[in-house]
Design a protein around this ligand. Structure first.
Ligand SMILES: Nc1ncnc2c1ncn2[C@@H]1O[C@H](COP(=O)(O)OP(=O)(O)OP(=O)(O)O)[C@@H](O)[C@H]1O
Ligand SMILES: [Mg+2]
Length: 512
């Protein structure tokens, strides 16, 4: 008999308008890495939230070590040794790293908090697994990569034996992903059992022992990874073959749409600039990419460009007009679209409906407003049109509260809105983060179409495949500066890596 640590049998979970999990069975062997694959909205996070006690299923049974258990809330899950790293982290921003890790299982002796012991344990774990964190940093000040390490340490601190990772690699850099893969293999070798959600088929091929596939809430099958291929996985998942390469003709750049001159941004953390003397341009009809390892100033640069953050010096020209000091709304209505890095903080109002989110930057325009009142019918029609064009799936269509949508569908909604809005420049930061392979193929095609229709595209991406596949020119950012410009057709991943790690730079050459 197989040694299953967890069995989820015939689980059904419904939400208004949708059966998110329809009679799903998933069996996790002890010590295995079990990948869970499925399109955006297929029901992966829901199934894992059922296992973690966040949702109670209408039907089905969960067994732990062969015995039926009731998991009504996350405390029950923790007691059973089940931990979860969520797709959208659940950390307390204004607490320190250490406080977040111990939250809910604070160590105490005679009723007093013994934080020093906790600190020692956290440091021990972080060294053992090479999970670098600063225990005293505030969570709001640390990178997403570090936030994720905090979430992982949280599970290890509780000695969890079943570890759920909901799309852990969507927010990581290639280097961090390699690290995480190593850590997962180590944990599995120690006997921990891992459920791993990812949209990246290479990762599944690399670390997973088995993979279960869901489609539209239904269980499709489970395969041994050693006996399958990426092509088989993707066709099981979307029901058709997926192209992995982007088809595009050479770019035919026209007039200059964006000009960035000597832009500097002061760091909020240290005394140096986080963006230093950045200059480049983007012309109509080309896709320019800023590549680099996360944390090298890309976020701060985009903040300054779009108006989310202050710029300390330099000049930004959009369609011939100096917009350096202009407001976000001004830029939004004068040619700039922006798919932001953090979809929850800057992309959506989570407690608004999908249709309200679709007109966030335009509700005051005559198309959607008359006499101070929103034109409800127009708003709905507009939202429905975008949702169907970009295949944004949700339980209740335009009326769905965005918070309840799956992560990938939230992302598709933002991309749809920003691409459809009147613009000359699209600033797309990690536009395909968290999307399934079918949706990525679609978004990439749309970006190329935009380019061919004469839009200027500034892509900021950590995904090297995306950078190489989609860009017409690549600028590499390192420690806040543009250290080189390469032609994707002439360069190699190795050369790009040298620039990204600071080992190579174009001396004295103006990146332009
Ligand atoms: N709390 C909720 N309330 C209402 N509907 C929900 C809720 N959570 C999920 N859903 C719906 O259930 C479906 C499955 O969502 P789920 O988040 O499980 O998808 P997923 O497979 O994790 O997708 P992704 O890859 O995009 O993260 C979606 O259609 C979503 O809109
Ligand atoms: Mg999900």
């Amino acid at each position: 008999m197989e040694d299953y640590v967890i069995e989820m049998l015939h689980i059904t979970k419904e939400f208004p308008g949708i059966i998110a999990n329809d009679d799903i069975t998933l069996q996790l062997k002890r010590g295995e890495i079990h990948a869970l694959l499925g399109e955006n909205g297929a029901g992966k996070s829901t199934l894992m939230s059922v296992l973690f006690g966040l949702y109670t299923p209408e039907k089905g049974v969960i067994k732990k070590d062969g015995k039926e258990v009731k998991i009504s809330n996350p405390n029950d899950a923790t007691d059973l040794g089940i931990g979860m790293v969520h797709q959208h982290f659940m950390l307390v921003d204004i607490f320190s790293v250490l406080d977040n890790i111990i939250l809910g299982s604070e160590p105490s002796k005679f009723g007093f908090l013994t934080k020093e012991e906790a600190r020692a344990k956290v440091i021990r774990l972080s060294e053992k697994y090479n999970l670098k964190v600063d225990p005293d940093a505030m969570v709001e000040d640390i990178t997403v990569g570090m936030q994720q390490r905090v979430e992982i340490l949280k599970m290890l601190y509780r000695d969890n034996e079943v570890l759920i990772f909901d799309e852990p690699t969507a927010v990581l850099t290639p280097q961090e992903i390699d690290e995480l893969m190593k850590i997962m293999k180590e944990l599995a070798a120690e006997g921990k059992s891992i459920l791993f959600i990812t949209h990246k088929l290479n990762e599944i091929m690399e670390v997973a022992d088995r993979c279960s596939i869901l489609r539209k809430g239904k269980y499709i099958g489970t395969v041994d990874v050693a006996n399958t291929t990426k092509e088989e996985l993707s066709s099981m998942m979307v029901g058709r073959n997926v192209k992995f390469a982007v088809d595009k003709a050479p770019a035919n750049p026209g007039k200059e749409v964006l000009k960035v001159e000597n832009v500097c941004v002061k760091s909020k953390i240290h005394s140096n600039d986080s963006v230093h003397n950045v200059s480049f341009n983007v012309r109509a009809g080309e896709i320019v990419c800023i590549a680099g390892i996360d944390g090298n100033g890309q976020t701060e640069f985009v903040g300054a460009l779009t108006g989310l953050d202050d710029i300390s010096s330099g000049k930004i020209t959009l369609c011939g007009e100096d917009v350096t000091k202009k407001s976000i709304r001004y830029k939004n209505t004068h040619g700039m679209s922006h798919v932001p890095e953090d979809r929850h903080k800057h992309g959506l109002v989570l407690d608004y409906t999908l249709e309200e989110n679709m007109i966030l930057q335009r509700y005051f325009q005559p198309a959607f407003q008359k006499g101070g009142l929103i034109k409800k019918k127009e708003m709905r029609q507009y939202s429905d049109r975008l949702a169907s064009a970009f295949d944004v799936r949700s339980g209740q269509g335009a009326r769905t509260i965005v918070r309840s949508m799956s992560g990938g569908n939230q992302q598709k909604a933002i991309v749809a809105r920003e691409m459809d809005r009147d613009h000359e420049l699209l600033v797309a930061v990690q536009p395909t983060r968290g999307l399934d392979v079918g949706a990525i193929e679609y978004i990439h095609e749309e970006i190329v179409k935009e380019r061919d229709n004469g839009k200027a595209i500034l892509l900021v991406s950590l995904e090297l495949d995306e950078v190489m596949n989609l860009s017409d020119r690549i600028l590499v950012m390192y420690e806040g500066e543009i250290v080189g410009e390469v032609d994707p057709k002439q360069t190699t991943l190795q050369e790009l890596g040298l620039y990204m790690s600071g080992a190579k730079r174009d001396n004295g050459k103006e990146a332009n």
